[in-house]
Design a binder for this molecule. Structure first.
Ligand code: NAD
Ligand code: ZN
Length: 248
């Protein structure tokens, strides 16, 4: 493994690795986290998970539209940071490494990671709330521009919002299933930049550990599961990743 020298040394024999990332990995790309300082993940006084919720779509369409537009511009402007690229390189080197993320920013894919398990969806496009059909934000925008109407699903007539899993929405089944399979197969589970308070995502490291996997946590501040971990590195993601020079 090539993570930090420390992780590399300790877990050189790991084969089936699951990496779970959280908002801390994208913090150095300028994406605000919910927790752990610099908490600016609020838009016009509303938390991101409120403004992007199904309930808001029903209650205040113009606000949701403004949010779509703001989000689209923001999503276009952000770039992966060295940590995203480093994680993508691990996947190149270790065919049995799977990446699952709680992030909704698409930055892992922009950096080259493949088959990313997106536990909380993706904010760079939209989806029907009923049938999950995908729509581009640009299309939603164009429809709205005509008469301030939010586009409805052309397949089932359902409401459309960013393809994120907001609080109150059910988790994506296929992703949860895959994450569970990989968790149960893992011999090393690495958490990067997550406070591990959001469930069910935070349940995966616990499941892995119970199943005999080792657990490594890299985060700026303590997490809920530090006591379970075989190693905890309290550090900045950027520093941890850039220290990681040289591969086995
Ligand atoms: P979180 O905000 O709860 O925790 C992030 C953790 O990262 C904190 O403990 C913080 O101390 C740590 N951190 C911040 N910057 C760091 C850095 N540079 N180096 C090391 N650690 C750093 O995030 P979470 O655990 O991912 O859960 C929050 C929920 O919010 C998730 O459901 C996620 O979908 C969503 N979210 C996503 C994004 C995104 O897509 N980038 C951003 C904010 C929130
Ligand atoms: Zn639909």
């Amino acid at each position: 493994m090539q993570i930090s020298e420390e992780l590399r040394r300790r877990f050189a024999d790991a084969e089936r690795v699951l990496v779970l990332t959280g908002a801390g990995v994208s913090a150095e790309s300028g994406v605000p986290t919910f927790r752990g300082g610099g908490n600016t993940a609020v838009w016009k006084g509303m938390r991101f998970d409120v403004i992007s919720s199904a309930e808001m779509v029903a209650r205040d369409l113009p606000a949701v539209w403004e949010w779509f537009d703001h989000r689209r511009n923001f999503m276009d402007s952000i770039l992966p940071n060295p940590a995203h690229y480093e994680i993508a390189r691990w996947q190149e080197r270790f065919p049995q490494l799977t990446l699952a993320t709680q992030n909704i920013d698409g930055l892992h894919q922009k950096a080259g990671s493949r088959e990313v398990i997106e536990l909380h969806g993706n904010a760079t496009y939209a989806a029907c709330l009923d049938c999950r059909r995908r729509y581009e934000l640009e299309w939603v925008r164009e429809i709205f521009a005509v008469d301030e109407r939010l586009a409805l699903c052309t397949g089932c007539g359902g409401m459309i919002k960013t393809a994120t899993i907001s609080f109150g929405q059910s988790m994506p089944e296929a992703e949860m299933q895959r994450a569970q399979e990989v968790t149960l197969a893992a011999d090393l589970f690495i958490v990067l930049g997550s406070s591990l308070v959001v469930y069910p995502a935070a349940g995966f490291p616990i499941m892995a550990k119970r199943n005999g996997s080792r657990l490594a946590i890299v985060n700026r501040e303590p997490t809920e599961q530090d006591e379970l971990a075989d190693i905890v590195i309290n550090a900045e993601i950027g520093a941890t990743m850039s220290r990681a020079v040289g591969v086995n």
